[in-house]
Design a protein around this ligand. Structure first.
Ligand code: ZN
Length: 683
C-alpha cells in the first residue's frame, strides 16, 4: 500500500487556536451566528490533561424531511455500534481496562473527594477520549496520575462491581498494562530498524513478525492488476498452530457481533435512502460487511463516489490505516453528514463570478486567464461521529483511499463547517484575543466578524485564488522548485485578501460590511507577524508552506508600508503588538505584492521567488518567538480537542415515527457511560 494516504483531513487543534482570529480554519455563516447568539450555546464543556471537550451544533437538521431525518438517525445508530471495535483494534486489552475503570467508577464506595480519586477520573476520561490507553495523537501510553496501591484500593472498594476476573487476578493482570511504562509503550511505532509489529501495541497482528506479514501479503498481490484489492484492510493476521491466517472483520467473523448491529441499522437506512444510487451504495456496504469481501468494498466505494446528488452522506467502515505501522490494516470509523446548502451557495456565488474577479485583479493583463473557471468548495454539516472519528475528529474528508478508484472514478473532498465553527467558538473566551489584540475595538471587530471573514477568505482562496492567473507560453509549472508551494499559497492568499476589501462582495450579498474585511486584515497581520510563532521552537526557521506564506505577506507589507505607518509595531507592558492603521493602503500593498507574485509564477522567475521567500518568510526573531510562546503558555489552552455527540431520538405516535429530535447533551462522562451500556457488543 502506498504511503500517500489521502484521507480524512486530520485537524490538530494546535493549528486552530494559533489561527483562530480570522484565519482559515474557522468557518461559518451569518445565520449560524444568529442562531447561537440566541441559544447562548456552550461549546467548550470541560478540559483535563491536554484535552478539551467541546460540543457541536447541527444547523439545518430541523429543515430535513422526515425521511431524511430517519436516514440520519439510522446511519447514526450504525455509527455508534462500532465503538468497541476501535478500542479493541487500538490495543488488545483496552476493553478490559475500560470495563474495569467503568465498574470502579459506578461502584466505588470510598472517598471520592481525594486527589487520588480525581486523578482516577482523569485517567478514565483519557481512556475514553483516546479509545484506549495510548494518547490519540502521540501514540504513547499515558500513565495514571495515581499509584498502583491506590488502584488496588479502588478495586477492593468496589464491592458490587461486575469485573471480568476475580479482584486479585484482575489487579495482577492489569498492573503491568496500566503501570509499567515499558509494556505496550507505543500504539504505533515507526522506529525503523525494529520489528514494527513487536514495537507497536496495536491489535492488528498476533504471533507474526513483520517479515512474515510482508511475505503473506506479497503472495496475494497481483502487480499487474489495474484494480488492485486492498489486501489486509479488514482483518487481523495471526499465527495459529504454526499457520498464518487472517481473521476477517465481518458478520460471523472477528467483530461479527458489532458488525451485525451495524448491518441491522444500515438495512433500515437502505429502506429510507434518498434515491436508487444511495440505496445501492448502502446495500453494497451491507454485502461487504456480510462477506468481508474487499471486492464488495471497492464496489461500494465506487457507488459512494458517484453519488453526488444525495443530501445525506456518510462514511462507515474500516477506512484509515494510520493505526497500523505497516499501513495495511484499517481502523473502524464513521461520520454521518449532510450538505451545508448555505455555505455551498456562498462558494457557488463566488465561483460563478470568477471571471469578474480575474478581470479586475491588479495583475498584469498578460498573466490573466481569458476564461477562468472557479472551483466550488464543498461543505458539509456533521450530525454524528463514531469509532476512530470520535471524540477527536477530522475537519474534512477526502476519500476513498484506493488510488485506482480515485483515478478512474474520482474522490469526494469536503470540509466540515459545523466542526470548525465549534472549534472557533470554543476558543472564544480563552483569552487569545485579549492577549494579542492591541485595542478593545480590534477585539470587538474580531468577535463580530472573525468567523465570517475567515470563511470568506477561505472561499476566495480556494475557489478563485488557486484557479486564477496563467503561465506565459513555454514556462514550466515546476520552475519555482522548492519555493513553489509557499509562493502558490501566497498568491491564493493575496488574491483573497485583495478582494476581501472590495464592494463586490457586498454587492453579491455574501459580506455584510467592509468591517468584516478590516477584521480579516487585522487577524492576518497579527497571525503572520506574531501569533503563528507559537508553533515554532525558538531557534528554528519556519518550514511549513502556509506559515511561510503568511509571514511573507505580513512582513513584506509591514516593511513596504513603513513610511506611511500602514502597520505599526507597538509595545505595552513588555508585550509586542502589530496594529493595522490604514486598511485601504494595506489593500493596495496586497495588490502590489499579488501582481509581483503572479509575475514570478507566470514568468517562472526562480531567483526573484527565492529572494522573496528567503528575505521575508523563513527567519524568525528569536526573542519575539520566545515572547509569543510564553504568552500562549500563560493562557493554558488545551492543545487537543474532541466532541460530545448530539443525541438523536425518534418521536413515535401509534407505532409510527413522526419526527426525529436532536438534543445536545453536555455531559462527557454521561455520554461515555451511556455508550458503554447501549453499544457494547464485544464483551
Ligand atoms: Zn491553498
Amino acid at each position: 500500500m502506498n504511503n500517500l494516504r489521502k484521507t480524512l483531513i486530520i485537524l490538530m487543534s494546535t493549528l486552530l487556536f494559533a489561527c483562530n482570529s480570522g484565519q482559515k480554519q474557522e468557518t461559518t455563516s451569518e445565520k449560524k451566528n444568529q442562531e447561537e447568539k440566541k441559544d447562548n450555546f456552550k461549546y467548550l464543556v470541560e478540559q483535563f490533561a491536554d484535552l478539551k471537550i467541546m460540543r457541536y451544533q447541527v444547523p439545518g437538521f430541523d429543515e430535513l424531511s422526515l425521511e431524511q431525518k430517519k436516514l440520519v438517525y439510522y446511519l447514526s445508530q450504525a455509527a455508534l455500534c462500532g465503538r468497541d471495535i476501535i478500542f479493541d483494534q487500538n490495543y488488545k486489552y483496552n476493553l478490559l481496562v475500560r470495563n474495569t475503570l467503568e465498574e470502579i467508577y459506578k461502584n466505588y464506595q470510598g472517598d471520592k473527594t481525594t486527589d487520588d480519586y480525581k486523578e482516577f477520573v482523569v485517567y478514565l476520561k483519557r481512556v475514553w477520549f483516546s479509545n484506549g490507553i495510548h494518547h490519540h495523537y502521540s501514540m504513547d501510553k499515558f500513565m495514571p496520575g495515581f499509584s498502583n496501591e491506590y488502584f488496588k484500593e479502588l478495586i477492593d472498594g468496589s464491592g458490587n462491581a461486575e469485573f471480568e476476573m476475580p479482584p486479585q487476578q484482575l489487579y495482577d493482570f492489569l498492573l503491568p498494562i496500566m503501570f509499567d511504562p515499558t509494556v505496550a509503550a507505543k500504539r504505533v511505532s515507526l522506529d525503523a530498524g525494529k520489528d514494527l509489529i513487536k514495537a507497536s501495541a496495536c491489535n492488528y497482528y498476533e504471533g507474526v513478525t513483520e517479515k512474515e506479514v510482508e511475505a503473506f501479503y506479497a503472495k496475494m498481490k497481483d502487480p499487474d492488476d489495474p484494480e488492485p484489492i486492498s489486501y489486509g484492510l479488514n482483518s487481523k493476521l495471526v499465527k495459529e498452530n504454526g499457520q498464518i491466517k487472517e481473521l476477517v472483520y465481518k458478520s460471523g467473523g472477528l467483530y461479527g457481533k458489532a458488525i451485525d448491529k451495524i448491518i441491522f441499522w444500515l438495512e433500515k437506512a437502505s429502506n429510507v435512502a434518498e434515491n436508487n444510487l444511495q440505496k445501492k451504495t448502502i446495500d453494497e456496504l451491507i454485502a461487504y460487511y456480510k462477506t468481508g469481501d474487499l471486492k464488495e468494498f471497492d464496489k461500494y466505494n465506487i457507488s459512494w463516489v458517484e453519488d453526488s446528488l444525495s443530501h445525506i452522506d456518510f462514511v462507515n467502515g474500516f477506512i484509515e490505516n494510520y493505526g497500523d505501522p505497516l499501513g495495511l490494516k484499517a481502523s473502524w470509523e464513521s461520520i454521518v453528514n449532510f450538505k451545508d446548502l448555505e455555505a455551498n451557495h456562498r462558494a457557488e456565488t463566488i465561483s460563478e463570478n470568477a471571471q469578474w474577479f480575474e478581470d479586475h485583479s491588479p495583475v498584469n493583463t498578460k498573466f490573466k486567464k481569458d476564461k477562468v473557471k472557479g472551483v466550488t468548495a464543498k461543505v458539509i454539516t456533521v450530525a454524528q461521529l463514531g469509532g476512530d472519528c470520535y471524540p477527536s475528529t477530522p475537519i474534512g474528508i477526502n476519500l476513498p483511499n484506493a488510488d485506482w478508484i480515485r483515478k478512474d472514478y474520482g474522490s469526494k473532498s469536503v470540509t466540515i463547517e459545523n466542526i470548525t465553527y465549534a472549534y472557533d467558538q470554543a476558543s472564544k473566551g480563552n483569552g487569545f484575543l485579549e492577549e494579542f489584540c492591541y485595542s478593545k475595538e480590534e477585539i470587538a471587530l474580531s468577535r463580530k466578524y472573525g468567523s465570517l471573514a475567515g470563511n470568506l477568505h477561505t472561499d476566495l482562496h480556494e475557489c478563485l485564488g488557486h484557479a486564477s492567473g496563467q503561465l506565459l507560453p513555454g514556462i514550466s509549472p515546476d520552475a519555482l522548485k522548492n519555493y513553489s508551494s509557499t509562493l502558490e499559497e501566497a498568491r491564493a492568499d493575496l488574491f483573497a485578501l485583495y478582494y476581501m476589501m472590495d464592494n463586490k462582495l457586498i454587492e453579491l450579498g455574501i459580506m455584510p460590511s467592509l468591517d468584516a474585511a478590516r477584521s480579516e486584515y487585522n487577524g492576518y497581520i497579527r497571525n503572520g507577524l506574531l501569533t503563528q510563532l507559537t508553533r515554532i521552537e525558538p531557534g528554528n526557521d519556519i518550514e511549513e508552506a502556509h506559515m511561510r506564506n503568511r509571514q511573507l505577506i505580513a512582513k513584506w507589507c509591514y516593511e513596504k508600508g513603513a513610511a506611511d505607518n500602514v502597520i505599526e509595531k507597538k509595545t505595552r507592558d513588555g508585550k509586542t503588538f502589530y496594529v493595522v492603521n490604514d486598511h485601504e493602503k494595506l489593500r493596495e500593498l496586497f495588490g502590489e505584492l499579488l501582481a509581483e507574485v503572479q509575475r514570478i509564477k507566470s514568468e517562472g522567475d526562480y531567483e526573484a521567488g527565492k529572494k522573496l521567500v528567503e528575505d521575508y518568510a523563513v527567519k524568525v526573531d528569536i526573542d519575539l518567538n520566545k515572547e509569543v510562546k510564553a504568552r500562549f503558555d500563560k493562557l493554558h489552552i488545551a492543545p487537543y480537542g474532541g466532541f460530545i455527540n448530539p443525541v438523536l431520538s425518534l418521536v413515535e405516535k401509534e407505532g409510527e415515527v413522526v419526527d426525529v429530535r436532536i438534543s445536545y447533551p453536555d455531559d462527557f462522562v454521561g455520554q461515555m457511560l451511556g455508550y458503554s451500556k447501549e453499544y457494547s457488543f464485544l464483551r
